[in-house]
Ligand binder design. Structure first.
Ligand code: IPE
Ligand code: IPE
Ligand code: MG
Length: 240
């Protein structure tokens, strides 16, 4: 399995404001960059790419901005099947589908099903995603899956990890955040326990393939100890 990279694609609004444009224009540009980075990551043989598209907290924005972002998501989901087929990309979802507009929830379910057999990079769209929300849903799924008699099952790390949105996907190795903020904003809280962070000052619409390559190069120089006292072997390090 290849590397798992997560990206907090931040700074669309600031990019637009700096140009005297509406925030929505930043999101339009951000989508273009996202498509380009998906292609670059696939060409670099990255195993999994999780993109933070819309958080459970982003509903606090204006109806106009939310509507525009959902429109871009609709457009992306409808137009990119050929691209996925050509690049063998499997699309998946993380987050709560039940609270998304029903047509988008259906489009996501469709694209996940239609690309299920593709064996290249997996792109996980974190859409209506919140790390705390995912953990709460995982615990509830674990409890719902047990009979009344077994209700006293022990909730341990294995049980929670096994009921996350995509339990088969390895934890992210590297989490990139653009636009300079030093916080997780509720992204992959459980899964990022030992992820390496890389913060880029550049705004997301200014990101390019070279920035991704630089982030990966920086990551590859790090020593991951997982709480241990000395370096672990390269083999564990790459989830192989
Ligand atoms: C990230 O860009 C995109 C989403 C959160 C949907 P922002 O819209 O947060 O851009 P800034 O942070 O306001 O610049
Ligand atoms: C995180 O960015 C969410 C996404 C990129 C989808 P935000 O812009 O929502 O995060 P805060 O508000 O700066 O923490
Ligand atoms: Mg932001």
């Amino acid at each position: 399995m290849g590397l798992h990279i997560g990206i907090i694609m931040d700074g669309n609004g600031r990019w637009a404001q700096a140009r005297g444009l509406a925030r929505t224009q930043g999101h339009r540009e951000g989508l273009k960059v996202a498509k380009q980075i998906v292609k670059a990551a696939s060409d670099m043989k990255i195993g999994f790419l999780t993109l933070y598209v819309f958080s459970t907290e982003n509903w606090k924005r204006t109806a106009d901005e939310i509507g525009f972002i959902m429109g871009l998501v609709r457009q992306y989901l409808k137009s990119d099947f050929n691209f996925c087929r050509e690049n063998h990309i499997r699309v998946r979802h993380a987050g709560d589908l039940s609270r998304l507009p029903p047509d988008i929830a259906k489009d996501i379910a469709d694209v996940c099903r239609d690309t299920e057999s593709f064996t290249g990079m997996q792109v996980i769209l974190a859409l209506n995603y919140g790390g705390r929300d995912e953990i709460v849903r995982a615990v509830n799924r674990a409890l719902a899956g047990t009979s009344a008699k077994e209700k006293e099952i022990e909730i341990n790390e294995t049980v929670i990890a096994g009921h996350l949105d995509n339990p088969d996907i390895p934890d992210p190795d590297l989490i990139i955040r653009t636009a300079g903020e030093l916080r997780t904003s509720n992204f992959l809280l459980w899964e990022s326990a030992y992820s390496e962070y890389y913060i880029s000052k550049k705004l997301w619409p200014d990101w390019s393939d070279a920035d991704l390559a630089e982030a990966i190069e920086n990551f590859q120089k790090r020593e991951r100890r997982y709480g241990g006292a000395y370096a672990v072997s390269d083999r564990e390090y790459h989830h192989e």
